[in-house]
Design a protein around this ligand. Structure first.
Ligand SMILES: *[C@@H]1O[C@H](CO)[C@@H](O)[C@H](O)[C@H]1NC(C)=O
Ligand SMILES: *[C@@H]1O[C@H](CO)[C@@H](O)[C@H](O)[C@H]1NC(C)=O
Ligand SMILES: *[C@@H]1O[C@H](CO)[C@@H](O)[C@H](O)[C@H]1NC(C)=O
Ligand SMILES: *[C@@H]1O[C@H](CO)[C@@H](O)[C@H](O)[C@H]1NC(C)=O
Ligand SMILES: *[C@@H]1O[C@H](CO)[C@@H](O)[C@H](O)[C@H]1NC(C)=O
Ligand SMILES: CC(=O)N[C@H]1CO[C@H](CO)[C@@H](O)[C@@H]1O
Length: 541
């Protein structure tokens, strides 16, 4: 481009350039220690039980996505799970406490869910055939999935008053089902007890003391059934919204080593017909509110069940099946990645997204099986963000969100940057506290600005000194595929739209390599994972 043309181009874009501001942002990351640790497989997603005729706001976005009718041989589905190597899947959801297992002594016939006036959530009981359970387990094995199965915790109880169920849980059907599962050699990572029956409940509730007693019985049953089977699955409970007194009591009543993980649900964006979802998602004050729940859950565990840990057992952002043109579009990743980051800092071990497929919040589209933007966000997280969570101190606008983890399965650290601002580009300076190592940044090609005094530049990076100049960082830069179209259902990675290959495979996610000392920027309304392979992180194991 000649001088004149470039001058004209600049003139043409002048209003845009003027509208966009640029600000310096400093992040100080403590690499000397980790503040929390996630599971190796933090990313999890759910497969629900909703039938085709589950509708919200006159839309029925579930199609054939349930544990009962999902097309398990669809190649896009298989490829999407395999791309994770070990994706956690949770089978569960509202209707789980009405599922019968067609095995052992079940006296009733095995029927499908159908609409029923007065039924819980408007549906009848449903049933899982063992033939389908076999198919599901073959599918889990084939795709490498790690499975959490949510058991029916209402079985045998009585409806004692509006919304409240009482009496002991009848273990019979669950025991037969688990016995069948063990006898077939199927690996279940964890059995979860009930769905949203805690606190005031969603469709139904059960008292915490009763629940605690039943959890003890389930635990004894797992001990017995898995006597000769390794590894023993974990017991998760209660799979519902946090309620302090109920959760405290559950742990107190069930006692040490019974509940291995406390599963809590989050839907902090509101209902699917809320008109302000985009502005909530892009509002840092709004996003921050979720930390309240995370810190309370963590306190409940510290005080009442230090043997246990927290998992986000189900989280869709928007409830009632998600929101059309939001949950399945780029803008949702601002919420999703921010919450993955936040939950990890509060020591949640696992985060289950509602859903893997089904509803508008599916990581895959329910009819086409094509990944939505959040699928790629989840996959990048899974590949880049390791277990160790690092403390990030931000000296920047609240619109710049940042999370740091030890890099997954290699040295160094990965920083997730989220720019919620619609007008400000941030020039990010990343430094290390912990006093030994530091990041140096060259300002406008001139002097080196060092953070720790008296240390030479070479100290900050491990690697071959002779090739110091060649040290690079990896950037995975995420934007919607078209400018100004936050509600696009196609995400771009480093400017290239992410699309399945011709053979229906997940495309490779390739970073851009940059000189480690080159300026690090993040444009308005965009997301970036930055991997620093040579960053010295003594706190990472
Ligand atoms: C499952 O998906 C495959 C691939 O699209 C298709 O050939 C097959 O007919 C589907 N099966 C069912 C039961 O819909
Ligand atoms: C729970 O178990 C304890 C001890 O067995 C018993 O005293 C209590 O009545 C039970 N509570 C409920 C609600 O079942
Ligand atoms: C968390 O705990 C605080 C203090 O007990 C309470 O005020 C707040 O409402 C709780 N928040 C949530 C979301 O549970
Ligand atoms: C699935 O994709 C189609 C085509 O892009 C779209 O019309 C539909 O709304 C999507 N469905 C859901 C539930 O997101
Ligand atoms: C930027 O965001 C603010 C606050 O949400 C909004 O009022 C404004 O219209 C947005 N500007 C552009 C150019 O989208
Ligand atoms: C909506 C929006 O993006 N607003 C913020 C953009 O970033 C600047 C600088 O950080 C904030 O002051 C705005 O409120």
């Amino acid at each position: 481009m000649g001088f004149q043309t470039s001058f004209l181009v600049i003139l043409a874009f002048l209003p845009a350039i003027l509208a966009q501001k640029s600000e310096d942002a400093r992040l100080v990351i403590d690499t000397s220690t980790t503040i929390a640790e996630t599971d190796d497989n933090y990313i999890c997603a759910t497969i629900d039980w909703w039938p085709q005729d589950k509708c919200n706001y006159n839309r029925c976005p579930w199609g054939s996505s349930s544990a009962i009718n999902l097309n398990l041989s669809h190649p896009f589905l298989v490829n999407a799970i395999r791309a994770f190597k070990s994706l956690r899947l949770r089978l569960g959801g509202s209707l789980q406490d009405q599922v019968l297992y067609d095995v052992g002594n079940l006296k009733s016939s095995c029927l499908q869910f159908k609409k029923e006036k007065g039924g819980l959530f408007g549906f009848s009981k449903g049933c899982l055939h063992m033939k389908r359970w076999d198919e599901l387990n073959n599918f889990f094995e084939k795709t490498g999935a790690l499975v959490t199965f949510g058991l029916n915790a209402l079985y045998g109880r009585r409806h004692i008053q509006r919304g409240v169920w009482g009496g002991d849980w009848n273990t019979r059907n669950a025991r037969d089902f688990m016995h069948y599962t063990v006898s077939k050699g199927y690996h279940i990572d964890s059995w979860e007890f009930g769905n949203e029956l805690c606190g005031k409940g969603v469709g139904a509730s059960v008292g915490a003391e009763q629940y605690g007693n039943d959890t003890i019985r389930l635990n004894a049953m797992i001990d017995e059934l898995y006597r000769n089977f390794q590894p023993r699955p974990l017991l998760l409970a209660p799979g519902g919204f946090y309620d302090k007194s109920w959760f405290d009591k559950l742990l107190q009543v069930s006692g040490p080593q019974v509940v291995d993980a406390v599963t809590h649900h989050m839907y902090n964006l509101g209902p699917g017909n809320d008109r302000n979802l985009v502005s909530k998602i892009l509002n840092p004050d709004y996003l921050n509110k979720a930390s309240n729940t995370f810190s309370n859950v963590s306190l409940t565990i510290q005080e009442n069940g230090p043997w246990s840990s927290a998992w986000v057992g189900e989280s869709g952002g928007v409830y009632n099946s998600g929101a059309k043109d939001i949950s399945n579009t780029f803008v949702n990743s601002f919420w999703y990645l921010d919450q993955l980051g936040m939950a990890a800092t509060y020591n949640n071990k696992i985060y289950c997204r509602q859903s893997f497929i089904g509803g508008f919040y599916g990581l895959l589209n329910v009819t086409t099986f094509v990944p939505n933007p959040d699928y790629y966000s989840a996959l990048l997280w899974h590949r880049l963000m390791g277990k160790g969570v690092l403390a990030v101190k931000s000296y920047a606008s609240p619109y710049l969100r940042a999370y740091g983890h030890c890099t997954k399965e290699r040295a160094g650290m990965t920083v997730l940057l989220i720019n919620l601002s619609n007008q400000t580009e941030y020039n990010v300076d990343i430094q290390s506290s912990g006093n030994i190592e530091f990041h140096v940044k060259e300002k406008k090609g001139s002097k080196i600005k060092s953070f720790a005094h008296g240390l030479k530049k070479s100290v900050s990076w491990i690697g071959n000194k002779a090739s110091d100049e060649k040290l690079s960082r990896e950037e995975y830069y995420l934007t919607p595929d078209s400018v100004d179209h936050l509600q696009s259902n196609i995400m771009s990675l480093n400017g290239q739209p992410l699309q399945l290959t011709e053979r229906g495979e997940i495309p490779s996610l390739v970073p851009v390599f940059r000189d480690v000392n080159s300026p690090l920027n993040i444009a308005p309304l965009s997301i970036k994972f930055v991997v620093f392979p040579n960053f010295h992180t003594p706190g990472c194991k």
